[in-house]
Design a protein around this ligand. Structure first.
Ligand code: PMT
Length: 224
């Protein structure tokens, strides 16, 4: 049994990958399926929260009672996140946002050139969505990030927590098989300035529920 106790709380969540176009038929992306972010959205909505799910391109059904905003590129996701951030209490950045995008998008399909065995694609940095939200000076939501790491998980996660000015970060060790990207299970380690807590291996659905409880506790503690 889950109480519908979050009906006065608005939560925005980003989920899934982004797609960075190279030309009309090609793009750069990553292995995020959206399952983790969608599970968090579902858990929050089941407890009665008003949930806005800012989604990258994924193959998942929208959870019940969730308002979904579809985006493709990091720049589109950034715009949607900034539109939503100031009228939500909590912002959770679970999306695997491409750090870089092609400097130019070719208007026509790029062609192989005879005699050339290499090509160079110039990339430019994308906006950091969660850092932009956490940097708001007015109506800043309680801001939660994720960290996908393959080594030195605590050190890198704490680095992101402070550099991006987050309230809480959820680290996953994506070097472990069966966890993280595109799996049905995950394990998270939460870090905040004064503490940390491990959420051991569980289904993403179970973890979504545990994570919402932890985030709500921290959010409420910060209100006082
Ligand atoms: O989608 P699934 O298949 O279920 O997989 C879940 C997951 C592994 C993608 C998820 O649990 C996860 O770890 N998401 C964050 C992945 C990531 O991009 O981590 P990062 O360490 O590169 O980024 C750190 C934080 O900054 C993240 O909150 C990310 O959303 C955010 N970010 C990063 C770059 C950028 N330009 N904008 C951002 O907002």
């Amino acid at each position: 049994f889950q109480p519908a106790d979050l009906s006065n709380i608005k939560i925005a969540i980003t989920a899934g990958p982004t797609r960075e176009s190279i030309d009309p038929v090609r793009y750069l992306t990553n292995h995020s399926s959206g399952k983790m972010g969608y599970a968090i959205a579902e858990a929050a909505a089941k407890r009665g929260a008003h949930v806005t799910l800012i989604s990258g391109p994924v193959n998942l059904a929208t959870p019940a009672n969730v308002e979904r905003v579809d985006t493709d590129s990091a720049e589109q996701m950034h715009q949607a996140a900034m539109d939503a951030a100031t009228n939500h209490d909590i912002f959770i950045s679970c999306a695997a946002v491409a750090d870089f995008r092609p400097a130019e998008i070719a208007t026509q399909k790029m062609k192989k050139k005879s005699g050339e065995d290499e090509m160079v694609l110039r990339l430019v940095k994308n906006p950091d969505i969660v850092a932009s939200v956490a940097g708001l000076t007015e109506q800043r939501p309680f801001t939660v990030g994720f960290a996908a790491e393959t080594q030195d998980v605590e050190q890198y996660a704490r680095g992101k927590l402070s550099r991006k000015n987050l309230d809480l970060i959820c680290a996953n060790d994506v070097s472990q098989q069966g966890l993280g990207f595109n799996s049905d299970s995950n394990a998270l380690h939460l870090y905040w300035p004064e503490g940390d807590k491990a959420l051991p291996l569980a289904s993403k659905h179970e973890l979504g529920q545990q994570l919402i409880s932890e985030i709500i506790d921290q959010f409420k503690a910060k209100q006082h």
